[in-house]
Ligand binder design. Sequence first.
Ligand SMILES: [Zn+2]
Length: 117
Amino acid sequence: MLSDRLRCCVPGCAHSAARVTVPECVEVMCEAHYALASPAAQARRARYEDRLRALQQIWNDDAYFDRLVASGKYLKMCSVLSLASENAERAWGDIKDEVLGAAAASRDVGEKVGAAA
Ligand SMILES: [Zn+2]
């Protein structure tokens, strides 16, 4: 059984964060680091995660699933779902890039300040 708290994915960070509700989520970021991402990237990720969760919810609905198969739209829904999960993954990747970049930059500044002192 996996813990629902994971270590923040930013190297050197000792914080942990609750696993988000997406089941396949394996990486999390603590609030302080997440806040380093731009509002635009955060909004984009929130939007994609919402969409993915909504799709997964109807996907797990048996009645919907039966209708889907009966209407012959099963394959279409598969591709919609996989696109949504790719988008969510990419949005998370963007956030990680921004945050890791910002974290590295502030570390560099810290080192330079330290070296100058
Ligand atoms: Zn962190």
